[in-house]
Design a protein around this ligand. Structure first.
Ligand SMILES: Cc1ncc(COP(=O)(O)O)c(C=O)c1O
Length: 487
């Protein structure tokens, strides 16, 4: 990485400060509540929310891949929701209020779909906001996994799939009275040392099982390695073998630009508490391509409109007749027809507040631009650490920028993780661990600064030294390298 400023070394703190000063998205960081180091150590609930992200007291929070930070707007919008409920009671469902930025509760679901559609590159009618990722995955599988033991019955997932995805696929197979030992195919990485999958490996497993596979479930971004899979190529290949493919976008949504409609993705699910910053367990969402959610206008013999089989509830039924209470399910065309219940307005208010901040970024393209820069910057700092040169850790996330999002996964030498994590916590640095030996570091472009990355690497350098020493070793090159002035 060449220095922008002739007088600053690319590894110096001053250089990080100069990058932050030039960051076109720097106005977004103050939109978030960044816990202070003192708050992270406190043992009791503060009286009122407060944050001082501009001061030296702010923690170094690089954990948006696990739980995104709270936008300041969230509590404002929540308070407006509480006021609506308090002052209107049931009228809140349908009575628009002057000056309110919130939709009536009957329109909250469509408002949420309008806000999320551009983030995932979908038509508004192709997305719905509800439930959680695993629940939505089951709903979509109930609609699109129709196994036939004499024909297509297999589900292909990756060997290192997030456990909830593995459980969902396995239990769907059991639910259909099939046996996971013959119906669940897992794609294994070539070796334990190399845990990323190449597109060719994925395609070759698909080819091997093509004639017996009913469904593929893959992650857009792999949670452990941070690898960004080639969604359009794999989707097209699955289609060439007439296989339905669902993408788990937990780590991709709000992180990388997605074009689900144009990529012809069949269906996808996501959660909203990571890069979408909607709060723990907040409503997730899903995508169903318009090709897969058509509702025939012609009526079948029994007077019901024709549509694919799915598990249904009243919120998926046509709005105009929803309250007729006539037990006639008339699915809304598109993803909305897969909705079950009236949505949690609390959840939707939190999500749409956060998506207002995304709008201020001017679209995923701008976020990706910063994300590429800040991730490469973090990588460069790590690659220049003595501990890296001495192989105390390695970066298992792909090096190619198109093969990753805003996450670098650092695999430590055996037995270092506990001490490193304890030291980082002590210094007010928040990252997350995946046992036995991986630390995931995620510079979220909405609120993280280049300074955060610099602070992290300094803290990590010291933490690694302590951990290696605790095992009786020494990182020789640490702290001895002088920053030379380069151009
Ligand atoms: C990749 C991935 N899939 C699925 C899940 C499960 O999400 P949920 O608890 O919202 O169902 C998570 C949660 O972190 C995840 O990271």
């Amino acid at each position: 990485m060449a220095s922008l400023d002739q007088n600053l070394h690319v590894l110096s703190r001053e250089y990080a400060v100069s990058l932050d000063a030039r960051d076109p998205l720097r106005h977004l960081r103050p939109e978030f509540l960044i816990p202070s180091k003192a708050q992270l150590k406190a043992k009791s609930l503060p009286e009122a929310e407060s944050s001082d992200s501009s001061s030296l007291n702010a923690s170094v929070y690089l954990c948006g891949n696990s739980l995104g930070l709270q936008p300041r707007l969230t509590s404002i919008r929540m308070q407006q929701y509480f006021s609506t409920w308090a002052s209107q009671g049931v009228f809140g469902h349908f009575k628009p209020l002057n000056e309110s930025p919130l939709p009536t509760w009957l329109d909250a679901d469509i408002r949420a779909s309008e806000a999320i559609a551009p983030i995932v590159g979908a038509q508004v009618s192709e997305v719905a906001v509800m439930e959680t990722l695993t629940a939505n995955l089951h709903l979509l599988m109930s609609a699109f996994y129709k196994p036939d033991i004499n024909g297509r019955h297999k589900i292909i997932i990756e060997n290192q799939a997030f456990p909830s995805d593995h459980f969902a696929a396995e239990s769907q197979i059991l639910h259909h009275n099939l046996d996971p030992s013959t119906s669940l195919v897992t794609i294994k990485p070539p070796s334990l040392a190399n845990s990323t999958l190449t597109t060719d490996q994925i395609l070759s497993v698909i080819t091997e099982h093509a004639s017996t596979t009913a469904l593929i479930l893959l992650p857009g971004i792999q949670y452990y390695t941070g690898q960004f899979l080639d969604i359009p190529a794999i989707t097209a290949f699955a289609h060439s073998h007439s296989i339905f493919i669902i993408w788990d976008l937990a780590h991709a949504v709000g992180n990388v630009p997605l074009q689900l409609h144009d990529w012809n993705v069949d269906a996808a699910v996501w959660c909203s508490y990571k890069y979408l910053n909607s709060g723990p367990g907040a409503a997730g969402g899903f995508f169903v391509h318009e090709n897969n959610s058509k509702v025939s206008t012609s009526e079948a013999g029994d007077g019901k409109k024709e549509f694919g089989k799915r598990l249904s509830g009243w919120w998926g039924s046509d709005k105009s007749s929803r309250f007729a209470m006539d037990n006639r399910f008339v699915p809304i065309p598109g993803a909305a027809g897969f909705q079950l219940s009236n949505p949690s307005i609390l959840d939707i208010t939190s999500l749409t507040a956060s998506l207002e901040v995304f709008e201020k970024a001017g679209g995923m393209g701008h976020l990706r631009e910063k994300s590429l820069k800040i991730t490469a910057y973090l990588e460069n700092l790590l690659l220049n650490m003595g501990a890296y040169e001495e192989k105390v850790f390695e970066i298992i996330t792909p090096k190619e920028k198109e093969g990753r999002g805003a996450q670098l996964s650092l695999k430590l030498k055996d037995g270092l993780l506990d001490v490193v994590m304890k030291e980082l916590e002590e210094k007010g640095v928040v990252v997350d661990e995946r046992r036995p030996d991986v630390i995931r570091v995620a510079p979220a472009p909405l609120y993280n600064s280049f300074g955060d990355c610099w602070e992290f690497v300094e803290a990590f350098r010291e933490a690694v030294q302590v951990a290696v020493k605790a095992k009786g070793g020494e990182v020789k090159a640490e702290g001895t390298r002088e920053f030379e002035k380069t151009s």
